[in-house]
Design a protein around this ligand. Structure first.
Ligand code: ADP
Ligand code: MG
Length: 463
């Protein structure tokens, strides 16, 4: 399975045995033996892990009492896992005849709201209970999109149509979409809000074609008040689905129904999509989510920690995580979950050292190696000097100071030794580098605006 391994991660079976270990220590021997040990690992697909229980009753019991923790622990082990389902295995009791995989109705999903799962009017995907506005932390990188999402959620008539949200993986697009859905449903349960992934849309459409249900398929979509399609970049390439999507789209917009679309790129960058569809997607409001900055990451960690109700993670550890795991919020959450699970396990707060050990794999992947060349480039651009001046023998203050800043940053941000750094700066001696480092440290202490400048460059380099 492709999604369960990234750079030497554990196999699903290994993850499962770790999950069991965590469950055992979290719930104690007795509860574990009665309810959790009998669970078997069945499959992992599309971010959903399915386990099976020997009886229906057991399944219900586990779902009602342990599902959230099982899901969270799985997610901590493998951030790709978003939801869990429990099926019934074994010979006892009546079993449904095997149905085509596509038709199967998983009995119960932890990520789904019971309301959404039970209500067959909602043929879309289930909504994640955690993805609410309340749980969304706002920062510079997402405030615009957040405001747009709120606006749509609170409006009675579509304020912009469609709302097109785009941004990189794990930056909160799906979260915001679900938040809009929860909000609208909360205000007026009668409004039909449909959320589904573009893949699911295509799949349903293709199935409708095969069984000649296309009329019903169209009707379904055309009677909704709000239609949300997630990850629309996957619609590219399939001619007839695009065609249908386009018609559905136009019909809804004409009736002033709200459409909300997400993608990993802007409408104009959606290659493989017809031009008329692309331009149509850009008609309403296009809002992008930028990569997170340190403050937002720290804010998210603090908020998640509160949600988890686990107080025993020191601030230093949170700062370390926010600093180190810059790739996306999903990984950040995964890291926090691991740390929390560990702290719960050993019953005392984790230290920085333990954290580093626990998260070795994640940290390595996130270690953006800043090179000395990048530093020189950035610093030269900042002071508006030529890169060659980083190597040159010129001693004029206008070039010597920036050069010292670059040496200082090289010492701070790379694992290079003083002599190595010296060599990269036109073959200077290591004492020159040492002198530069001291000089910049001094200046930072005495000159606040200089210090701010240096800090700014450092942040930009760390991305
Ligand atoms: P995307 O759909 O953009 O790939 P998701 O919406 O699935 O990303 O977000 C990934 C994870 O990160 C989710 O668990 C989500 O709750 C969390 N997340 C992302 N951004 C934020 C935020 N600003 N505040 C709180 N949680 C966030
Ligand atoms: Mg998403």
């Amino acid at each position: 399975m492709a999604e369960n391994r990234s750079d030497g991660a554990l196999s699903v079976d290994q993850q499962w045995s770790r999950v069991r270990g965590s469950l055992r220590s979290e719930f104690g021997e007795a509860a574990y033996k009665s309810w959790l040990q009998p669970l078997k690992l069945a499959s992992l697909r599309d971010g959903e892990v399915t386990m099976s229980a020997p009886t229906r009753f057991m399944r219900e019991w586990v779902m009602s009492r342990y599902a959230d923790r099982i899901r969270a622990i799985w997610h901590g082990e493998n951030p790709a896992i978003r939801s869990i389902a429990i099926a019934v295995h074994g010979g006892s009791g009546p079993r449904a005849a095997p149905s085509p995989a596509s038709e199967q109705q998983p009995a119960w999903r932890a990520a789904a709201s019971p309301k959404a799962a039970d209500d067959d009017r909602y043929f879309g995907g289930a909504l994640d209970l955690r993805f609410t506005f309340k749980n969304f932390v706002v920062g510079k990188s997402n405030e615009f999109t957040y405001a747009a999402a709120r606006r749509v959620a609170e409006a009675d008539a579509a304020p912009f149509n469609p709302l097109f949200i785009y941004g990189g993986v794990g930056l909160g697009k799906t979260h915001l979409m679900h938040a809009i859905a929860w909000h609208i449903r909360g205000r007026d349960p009668n409004r039909r809000v449909i959320y589904l992934s573009a893949e699911k849309f295509m799949y349903q459409f293709i199935r409708a074609l095969r069984y000649q249900h296309t009329m019903a398929f169209k009707e379904q979509f055309r009677s909704v008040d709000v239609l949300m399609i997630d990850d629309v970049q996957f619609i590219g390439g399939k001619g007839s689905t695009q065609e249908e999507f386009f018609h559905t789209f136009n019909a809804l917009v004409d009736q002033n129904r709200q459409l909300i679309i997400t993608a990993d790129r802007s409408p104009s960058d959606l290659d493989g999509m017809e031009e008329r569809l692309r331009s149509r997607l850009g008609w309403g409001l296009v809002a992008d989510i930028h990569p997170t900055d340190y403050e937002l990451r720290l804010g998210i960690l603090q908020s998640k920690l509160e949600q988890l109700g686990a107080g025993n993670v020191p601030e230093r550890v949170l700062e370390f995580l926010a600093h180190k795991i810059a790739s996306n919020v999903r990984e950040l959450e995964g890291a926090l979950n691991r740390v929390v699970a560990y702290a719960t396990l050993v019953g005392r707060p984790v230290t920085l050292e333990t954290t580093q050990e626990l998260l070795q794999d994640l940290l390595r992947a996130n270690d953006r190696r800043v090179t000395i060349e990048e530093i020189q480039k950035r610093v030269a651009a900042h002071f508006n000097i030529r890169i060659t001046d980083m190597h040159s023998a010129r001693r004029a203050r206008a070039v010597a100071r920036p050069r010292q800043v670059a040496m200082y940053l090289a010492k701070q941000l790379t694992p290079r030794s003083l002599p190595e750094i010296g060599r990269k700066f036109g073959g200077r001696d290591h004492t020159t580098v040492m002198h530069a480092v001291r000089k910049i440290e001094q200046l930072c202490e005495t000159d606040a605006s200089f210090a701010e400048d240096v800090e700014l460059m450092r942040r930009m380099l760390e991305g």
